[in-house]
Design a protein around this ligand. Structure first.
Ligand code: SF4
Length: 266
C-alpha cells in the first residue's frame, strides 16, 4: 500500500513538540477560502507552477505535487532524522491536505512509526468518519485538531462542509484521552468577530480536559495568494489583510481565559 504525499518537511517546529518530520498528504474534502496549500486538495498527482528565485530574478517552473510513498519509504526518511527528533522530544506528523482521506495508509504508517519508537501526531480538519479516528487513536500520541467556526451555515459557506461531524469527532478524540492541541485559524471576516470568539472560547472551556494541551492561534496569511495566481484558481480572500501582531496578542490573552496554554502559531 502506498500513500500520496505532496511535501515532506524536515526540521519542522510548528507541527507538534520538538523537531519533527511532517508528511503532507494529498487530498482534502474541504475547500477553505484561505487554504494556503491548494496543491494539497486534489487527490491526484498534478503538475503545479512554482516560483524559484535566483538572485533578484524569479523563474517559474513546474513541479510534481504528489508522489507515492510506501510505509518503508516513510520509515527510511524518519530514520535519517532520528537523532534530531530524539534529542528534541520530536517525532513525526501527518498533515495535509487531510491525512484522514488516506486512512488505510495513515493507519499502517502510524502503526509502523509507533513500533519503531516515534512520537506520532496527526493534523486534521476533523472531517472524517468516526470509525477512521477510532482506528488510529491507539497509534496517535497527539491530534492537532482544527476548529474553524461553530456556526454550521458559516462553516459550510467558507469550507464547503458542515461542522457537525467535526465537533462530534473532536469530543470523541478528547474522550479517548489522547493529547489534543486545538488549532484555530484566525480569519478576518470569517471567525474573528467578538460574538464568535466568545462562542468558541465557551466551547473550549466547556470541553476543557487535562489532555487538551494547548490552543494554537494561526493568523491568516497571504502566502497562498501567489499560488492561486500561478494555479489559475480564483482567490476568494482577495483584499483580506492578515490580523496585526497586536490583535493576535489580544486574542492570546483572551483565550488564556480558558485556563489552557495559548500559543500564536502552530
Ligand atoms: S482543511 Fe486545510 S488543507 Fe483542507 S482546504 Fe482547509 S485549509 Fe486547505
Amino acid at each position: 500500500m502506498k500513500g500520496l504525499i505532496f511535501s515532506v518537511k524536515r526540521y519542522s517546529i510548528h507541527d507538534g513538540p520538538g523537531i519533527r518530520v511532517t508528511f503532507f498528504m494529498k487530498g482534502c474534502p474541504l475547500s477553505c477560502w484561505w487554504c494556503h496549500n491548494p496543491e494539497g486538495i486534489s487527490q491526484q498527482p498534478e503538475q503545479v507552477k512554482v516560483a524559484e528565485k535566483v538572485g533578484d530574478e524569479e523563474f517559474i517552473k513546474f513541479r510534481q505535487a504528489g508522489e507515492y510513498y510506501s510505509v518503508d519509504d516513510v520509515l527510511e526518511i524518519l530514520e535519517k532524522e532520528r537523532p534530531f527528533m530524539a534529542e528534541s522530544g520530536g517525532g513525526v506528523t501527518f498533515s495535509g491536505g487531510e491525512p484522514m482521506l488516506q486512512s488505510e495508509f495513515l493507519l499502517e504508517a502510524l502503526k509502523a512509526c509507533k513500533e519503531t519508537g516515534y512520537h506520532t501526531a496527526v493534523d486534521t480538519s476533523g472531517y472524517s468518519l468516526p470509525t477512521n479516528y477510532s482506528a488510529i487513536i491507539p497509534y496517535t500520541d497527539l491530534f492537532l485538531f482544527d476548529i474553524k467556526h461553530l456556526d454550521d451555515d458559516k462553516h459550510e459557506k467558507f469550507t464547503s462542509v458542515s461542522n457537525t461531524l467535526i465537533i462530534n469527532n473532536f469530543k470523541m478524540i478528547l474522550d479517548s484521552g489522547r493529547d489534543v492541541m486545538v488549532r484555530i485559524p484566525v480569519i478576518p471576516g470569517f471567525n474573528d468577530d467578538d460574538h464568535h470568539l466568545e462562542k468558541i472560547k465557551s466551547f473550549i472551556s466547556e470541553n476543557r480536559a487535562d489532555n487538551l494541551r494547548k490552543i494554537c492561534l494561526l493568523p491568516y496569511h497571504r502566502i497562498g495568494s501567489s499560488k492561486y495566481k500561478r494555479m489559475n484558481i480564483p482567490d476568494r480572500m482577495e483584499g483580506v489583510e492578515p490580523p496585526s501582531a497586536e490583535r493576535m496578542e489580544e486574542l492570546k490573552v483572551f483565550f488564556a481565559g480558558t485556563g489552557i496554554k495559548v500559543k500564536i502559531g502552530g
